[in-house]
Design a protein around this ligand. Structure first.
Ligand code: BDP
Length: 359
């Protein structure tokens, strides 16, 4: 299953000019990446952050990121951009637009598919609508811990999954650490899986995750990340779920102060590029970009772990009621219907994940 708005081709790399509206982008979509990438483009002022000057850059790309400047995935994006700049002697300039400046994730994904934004760091959950294989990461309780997940991501099968987005127009560059997602609520704390029953939870836009909440008897409400705070505040939803750095940085804990660490999902973060922009690169530049993405991973993982630790301390300090889940067995049992439903579709990957469990 691939989703496409029927736009063929790409507008190629961003020329540093002002951001265009959706209609303008569609009209501008006629340029091919290959043609554009041979041009030397003048650098202009812009709203993105990059640690080096973009003065003599021949190729300029925009990278959309939903999180704030100092969030661990954003730091990973910037590390990637720095490594690309160094390895290309400043020829390739990647500007990181943090804080959702370029839009909410589903819109950004569409724009990357069209080529009007060349790169994004995004959650694999909304990518599921475009490339169904990414639904794997919405399956609950399939990884024991971060190391187990990374054994899979680094394995050939994890890399094959990353490559499978090509059919939908995305070059998968690498995975970043997503931590683990847990439930949080406004009023009724989730102490057992049965407490999810009857509560309305915001979910990311992914059928698999919608089915997970339904399996626990909850009522799933897909919505953009940027709407979650106000929806919790107004009581439109009873709760949501996310990792500690998102829960803290988006200040959801202020309006939903009951946090239950069941760590139900590890929804891989991915760094992707418009496939046509990628195809238009020379072999040398492809190597530079791919290598930089791979080399940014250990840095991002280190930042991630440190952030989870410091955010947990801050959440405790802020008086958040934290419930640790010691035995995941009843949770896994309650979620079994969703594993049964998707077991066959993802059998190959799930077998691999099981095989890597004890490694
Ligand atoms: C965060 C992901 C981010 C998603 C967000 C969400 O890093 O990419 O936008 O969750 O729940 O953990 O939508």
């Amino acid at each position: 299953m691939t989703k496409s708005k029927g736009i063929v081709g790409s507008m190629g790399n961003w020329n540093g000019g002002p951001l265009m509206g959706r209609r303008g982008l569609l009209k501008a979509g006629a340029f091919s990446a290959a043609a554009m990438s041979t041009l030397s483009l003048a650098a202009c002022g812009d709203g993105g952050s990059s640690s080096g000057g973009s003065g003599g850059a021949e190729l300029k790309f925009r990278l959309a990121e939903t999180h704030p400047e100092d969030y661990p995935t954003t730091l990973g994006d910037k590390k990637f951009a720095d490594l690309v700049r160094e390895a290309s002697d400043g020829r390739i300039d990647i500007q990181v637009f943090a804080g959702g400046q370029l839009g909410e994730e589903s819109d950004v994904i569409e724009q990357v598919q069209m080529g009007s934004i060349e790169m994004t760091r995004v959650s694999s959950a909304p990518m599921t609508e475009f490339s169904s294989g990414m639904g794997l990461f919405g399956l609950p309780y399939i990884f024991d811990d971060a190391d187990h997940m990374w054994r899979f991501l680094d394995d050939d099968s994890g890399q094959q999954l990353l490559g499978s987005m090509e059919d939908a127009g995305f070059k998968g560059l690498c995975y970043f650490d997503p931590g683990a997602r847990s439930f949080y609520t406004r009023e009724k704390a989730i102490l057992t899986p049965a407490d999810v029953k009857g509560q309305k939870f915001r979910v990311q836009e992914s059928e698999v995750i919608i089915d997970f909440i339904k399996a626990l008897g909850g009522s799933p409400t897909p919505m953009d990340y940027g709407e979650v705070y106000s929806s919790l505040q107004s009581g439109l939803i009873d709760g949501a779920e996310n990792n500690e750095p998102s829960y803290y940085s988006a200040t959801h804990y202020e309006v939903a102060p009951n946090f239950t660490r069941d760590e139900h999902m590890r929804v891989a973060e991915i760094l992707v590029m418009n496939q046509d922009s990628w195809n238009g690169l020379s072999d040398e530049d492809k190597d530079i970009i791919q290598q930089a993405a791979t080399d940014a991973i250990p840095f991002q993982r280190e930042k991630w772990d440190a952030q989870v630790e410091s955010d947990m301390a801050k959440l405790k300090e802020a008086g958040v009621k934290i419930t640790e889940v010691d035995d995941i067995t009843p949770w896994r049992e309650a979620a079994q219907p969703v594993l049964d439903k998707y077991g066959e579709e993802f059998a190959e990957y799930l077998d691999k994940i099981d095989e890597l469990r004890q490694a």
